[in-house]
Ligand binder design. Structure first.
Ligand code: FAD
Length: 117
């Protein structure tokens, strides 16, 4: 159990970073299989999230706001929205989801460049 608030916050920052960066790299026009994979990923992220109370609350949010997996922009906007729901619960500042565009840049080569390696 992560009973330590500092560790819990650190885990949260790392998890959100991965979560939003995953959305930022999701295809603009995903195949059905890609959308299905993202949906599973989100549900498993919730189910296996190491902080139990966080996972429980996030599960309620997934019921209320089902994952949007039809495109990169839909997924990114959805993730921003659910993170804001967590922010609200923890009395944190709201993030302006209109500014999510280039915020999560992984610095990865794009797919075309990957093929050249
Ligand atoms: P974080 O909320 O960790 O955000 C990190 C950075 O992301 C911010 O500095 C900002 O640059 C950016 N950001 C902020 N909001 C958004 C947004 N809406 N969209 C995109 N980017 C944004 N902690 C608890 O104490 N109790 C809980 O129940 C709990 N549940 C959680 C559930 C999940 C699924 C996750 C991933 C984390 C949870 N946490 C919980 C941790 C909590 O959300 C924070 O990660 C932690 O408190 C550290 O907060 P922070 O202020 O550093 O910023």
């Amino acid at each position: 159990k992560l009973g330590n608030e500092t560790a819990k916050a650190e885990l949260g920052r790392a998890a959100w970073k991965l979560f939003h960066t995953t959305m930022a790299r999701f295809p603009d026009k995903p195949t059905e299989d890609e959308s299905s994979a993202l949906k599973s990923y989100i549900h498993l992220f919730q189910r296996l999230y190491p902080c139990g109370e966080c996972a429980e609350h996030f599960g309620e949010l997934l019921k209320k706001f089902p994952p949007q997996v039809s495109s990169r922009s839909a997924a990114a906007a959805w993730a921003c929205h659910v993170h804001n729901q967590v922010n609200k619960r923890l009395s944190k500042e709201m993030f302006d989801c209109a500014n999510i565009g280039d915020f999560y840049d992984c610095g990865c080569a794009d797919d075309e460049d990957d093929k050249k390696e």
